[in-house]
Design a binder for this molecule. Structure first.
Ligand code: NAD
Length: 470
């Protein structure tokens, strides 16, 4: 695979440098990616600024129609994009993997195209009229992570375009290829400059995030980078949407029949090998049921095939890059030395690729790093609790709050407990289920703002009050 392009002003930009994108399943080079420079970022922003007046003045129905065309293009290129995602990111073709990601990207695009913003009349009478309007915020800088590269790119670009903004996107250097291809496809139907792409690492992201030509940054990634972006946005008072990390807890209520829930628990924890912001990352289980749940869950996990994502028999692929693999090894070794029990997994297989087995850790405690921090890998610690109130308190005792879940036989009782979780989405008997009309975002250090539906569109607008004297 070759010939990936940075799109600036509707054309492929000439670049001097390239960097290699590796396949995490075997460490081979998937493609050489054209490398952006600060000058190319400047050119991309200038192009987006030139395109802004025309695109924001384009009739709403025409913008919606263009996004519908983009959804159809994603579907037409489904197989190509799904293969790229597997090869650069590692997730499987089967299960909740690359095909689900591309299908989700098309579905999210179509649903977002179908949304529209309306003006709100606060007053209309002899005393005058007051109307609340939403205007596009301007040029949006988008910075994305490596875990769901194509899906997150559409989550950033499509709502921005829907309301009349123009965009410069910088994907993660680990997984830039599917995004570059997506932007190239988008440029086949959009006017020049409406969506531009640059590729490179943190320094290029920092150049974009601090640029005076950018009105808003939408960023999905780690809490640490989110804090830096917030600082660099201050000088020009950029608007921000920050979708950051989490450390989602799940609580299994006492006396829960575990068998019917095991498969959902599995996907909640291990979707994309645990490399999902809103994956279940620590599971609290009542002491009376603890041994039974550990055994049954670990037995189920051990049956799931892990391997190269291109092989349809596999349901989970490798860890996406060496950096993340090193972190996971550290977390498991820290837990082991502090007395945790590795029930299944816990040792790297020989051979090439960044593989790590699905790992269930028992006798974990809140002090272990694998519980206290976001481990972001194919590992789940199970932690014992005595009372539900205590479990909820411990679930909430972190500085992040993306998602959380309660598991039990009585969904209504579980929902009452779920309301007490400090997080942006509280699930019952599932974890990580998303819907294109359900606002998604975190509280505390998990971020600022939400994506999806009208609330998500509002994030790409500023409010103007039009007040006319009577
Ligand atoms: P990361 O923060 O390391 O990198 C994300 C992006 O930011 C990359 O494109 C990177 O090049 C860029 N970047 C790095 N430093 C920068 C800087 N100083 N200024 C501007 N840009 C910079 O995150 P990652 O390792 O790619 O992704 C994993 C993290 O993303 C996890 O914490 C995960 O929870 C989080 N995440 C959150 C969500 C969500 O919706 N809340 C979704 C997916 C991933």
């Amino acid at each position: 695979m070759s010939d990936f392009k940075l799109m600036i002003d509707g054309k492929a930009a000439g670049t001097a440098g390239t960097f290699s994108v590796l396949n995490p399943a075997d460490e081979s080079v998937v493609a050489m990616c054209p490398e952006g420079t600060p000058e190319l970022v400047d050119a991309a922003i200038a192009s987006a600024r030139r395109a802004l007046p025309g695109w924001s003045a384009t009739p709403d129905v025409e913008r919606a129609a263009k996004l519908m065309e983009i959804a159809a293009l994603i579907e037409k290129h489904h197989q190509e994009l799904a293969t790229l995602v597997t090869r650069e990111q590692g997730k499987t073709q089967s299960g909740l993997g690359a095909n689900a990601e591309v299908g989700g990207a098309a579905a999210w695009t179509r649903v977002t195209a179908g949304l529209s913003l309306s003006e709100r009349v606060i007053q209309d009478g002899p005393g005058g009229s007051i109307v609340v309007r939403h205007k596009p915020v301007g040029v949006v800088g988008s910075i994305t992570p490596w875990n769901w590269p194509l899906m997150i790119a559409t989550w950033h670009i499509v709502p921005a375009l829907r309301v009349g903004c123009t965009v410069v996107i910088k994907p993660s250097p680990f997984t830039p290829l599917s995004t570059l291809r997506l932007v190239e496809l988008m440029n086949a139907v959009l006017p020049p400059g409406v969506v531009n792409s640059v590729a490179g690492g943190p320094a290029l992201g920092a150049h974009l995030a601090g640029h005076e030509g950018i009105d808003k940054i939408v960023f999905t990634g780690s809490v640490a980078t989110g804090k830096k972006i917030m600082q660099s946005a201050a000088a020009t008072m950029k608007r921000l949407t920050l979708e950051l990390g989490g450390n989602d807890a799940g609580i299994v209520l006492p006396d829960t029949r575990i068998e019917p829930l095991i498969e959902k628990l599995f996907w909640g924890c291990f979707i994309n090998g645990g490399q999902t912001c809103a994956a279940l990352k620590r599971l609290y289980v009542h002491e009376d049921q603890y041994d039974e749940v550990v055994r049954k869950f670990a037995d189920f996990v051990a049956t799931i095939p892990v391997g190269d994502g291109m092989d349809p028999k596999n349901l989970i692929g490798p860890v996406s890059n060496q950096m993340q693999l090193d972190k996971i090894v550290d977390y498991v070794e820290d837990a082991r030395t502090r007395g945790a029990r590795i029930v299944t997994g816990g040792a790297r297989p020989p051979g090439p690729g960044y593989f790590y087995p699905l790992t269930v850790i028992a006798d974990a405690t809140d002090e272990m790093r694998v519980v206290a921090e976001e481990q972001f890998g194919p590992v789940i610690p199970l932690i014992k609790y005595r009372t539900v109130e205590e479990a909820i308190r411990r679930a909430n005792a972190v500085d992040v709050g993306l998602g959380g879940s309660i598991w039990g036989d009585d969904p209504r009782a579980a929902a009452n407990y779920a309301r007490q979780l400090e997080c942006g989405t509280a699930w019952v008997n599932q974890h990580g289920a998303l819907h294109p009309l359900a606002p998604f975002g975190g509280i505390k250090c998990s971020g600022i703002g939400v994506e999806n539906n009208i609330e998500g569109l509002h994030e790409y607008t500023t409010i103007q009050v039009l007040s006319v004297a009577g």
